[in-house]
Design a binder for this molecule. Structure first.
Ligand code: FAD
Length: 424
């Protein structure tokens, strides 16, 4: 590719955070910048719809991958398939190793602006007994493993435990506006409990939701929803016959018979569906842009306080709490606004600063979903939890729109859906 004197923007990661940033940057800045995206894989994994796909007995490998290369080609954005190895904020360079074939040599790329959108390491490997006894739905491999178990006739009708390991957020210099959370992302726990309740009712004669227990390391399940909405959800689940175990502190180990918790308690369970700790990538930990847990430090403009040309978007950012794609999407738009402001290009449609909102759709089976929209976790006063067929349609339509537009759904999509949803 020819070298130009245009500002060079390098985006690390091309899932929700990275792809949305790269594509909106190109839409806003057109040919004023060179954009390079680096990811170790050449497609986007649409994680939020894996639970529904698995519980519909469909292989997520068939429809959860968005092939983003045609969008980048159309945008004249360069894509490099490579493993990012390190970042040097002083020399403004990134080291990466192309990974299409084993044995490739490490290279360097220089940037004027860097967007780190590398997500997290979902630390299943730190849960003792997970390989032998655990299940989950956060990628196609694990999703299919669980799907084969339940749809392949292996379920013996025993108790089902669904819950999270403890999330470790930074302990030093946390901004006053950002509360701590004990579980990184509990939406999938809530969603899987609802999907399994429907599955038991429909496909397991006389087996009911009473077999399901959700567990949480915190004092509230779904504390990022705020106390009143979390209580509404707990009432819904308990009304269906499910149980909730609170304050487990952490998962100590999984065994053939169940889950043992750090607080000394335990649960008998045939099926153990767990969400792990969301941890940083090892190479980020020693860098001067990360906190004591290795998450990239930013202010609400998504810039690193020391290196103002480095941005973080999505799960790898320290301010992304909970770890939610919807928050990453808002951060991507703020990042685009900030870079456009620097380069003197007007983009008033994007906010200058992050104003985080928890937005979560969870499918429930029977073509129904719950929809949660709240900022109460951050001290705001907006909060509602809705249930119905319309919210199922919203979740499914969002994926269709995301794939169709290559990660740039129109800004009216969500407000329109909420307007309709609220008056349904
Ligand atoms: C089961 C489940 C259900 C969920 N449901 C929802 C939901 O309904 N709504 C919602 O908003 N959120 C949901 N989430 C959370 C959501 O999936 C994440 O917040 C989102 O994926 C984060 O996007 P990201 O781009 O920051 O990180 P990721 O999606 O983790 O992407 C990071 C990218 O960086 C790449 N990468 C990582 N390391 C390197 C490296 N060293 N070199 C090169 N490339 C690298 C990866 O290949 C990947 O493409 C759910 C999560 C789970 C597990």
């Amino acid at each position: 590719m020819t070298q130009t004197t245009k500002p060079k923007i390098v985006v690390l990661g091309s899932n929700f955070g990275g792809m949305t940033t790269a594509r909106f940057l190109r839409k806003a800045l057109r040919d004023k910048v060179d954009i390079t995206v680096i990811d170790k894989k050449s497609n986007l994994l649409f994680v939020p719809n894996i639970p529904e796909t698995v519980m519909s007995d469909k292989d997520p490998q068939n429809n959860m991958h968005l092939q983003f290369l045609p969008f980048y080609e159309r945008d004249k954005t360069r894509f490099i398939q490579a493993e990012v190895k390190s970042i040097d904020p002083e020399t403004q360079t990134v080291e990466f190793t192309p990974n299409e074939r084993p044995g490739e040599a490490t290279e360097k790329i220089r940037y004027d602006y860097l967007v780190v959108a590398l997500g997290c390491r979902l630390a299943y490997d730190e849960i003792e007994g997970f390989t032998e006894y655990g299940s989950t739905v956060s990628d196609c491999y694990y999703g299919n493993k669980f799907r084969e178990y339940i749809w392949g006739g292996h379920y013996k009708g025993g108790p089902i435990a669904i819950g999270s390991a403890r999330f470790h957020q930074r302990t030093t210099n946390r901004p006053a506006w950002l509360p701590t959370l004990t579980a990184a992302c509990e939406g999938p726990v809530m969603e899987m409990s609802m999907l399994l309740a429907t599955w038991l009712r429909k496909y397991q004669h006389q087996k009911t939701a009473e077999r399901i227990t959700m567990f949480t390391p915190g004092k509230i399940l779904g504390e990022d929803a705020g106390l009143d909405l979390a209580t509404q959800f707990a009432n819904l689940a308990e009304g269906m016959g499910e149980s909730i175990k609170y304050d487990t502190q952490d998962i100590k180990r999984l065994t053939a018979d169940g889950v043992e918790f750090a607080n000394g308690d335990s649960l008998d369970a045939e099926i153990k569906i767990v969400l792990p700790d969301w941890k940083t990538h090892d190479f980020l930990k020693p860098l001067p842009i990360t906190d004591d847990m290795g998450f990239v430090v930013t202010d609400k403009t998504m810039r690193n306080p020391k290196y103002r040309n480095i941005f973080a978007v999505g799960d790898c950012a320290a301010v992304t709490v909970p770890k939610l794609g919807a928050i990453g999407d808002a951060e991507a738009r703020v990042t685009v606004r900030q870079i456009c402001d620097d380069l003197g290009v007007e983009t008033k449609k994007f906010q200058k600063e992050l104003d985080p909102v928890v937005i979560c759709w969870g499918t429930m089976g029977d073509d129904k979903a719950f929809y949660l929209h709240t900022n109460k976790f951050y001290g705001g006063d907006t909060g509602y939890l809705k249930i119905g067929h319309l919210y199922y349609m919203m979740k499914m339509s969002f994926k269709a729109m995301y794939f169709e537009t290559g990660g740039t759904p129109p800004p009216w999509g969500l407000p329109l859906a909420e307007l309709v949803g609220d008056h349904w």
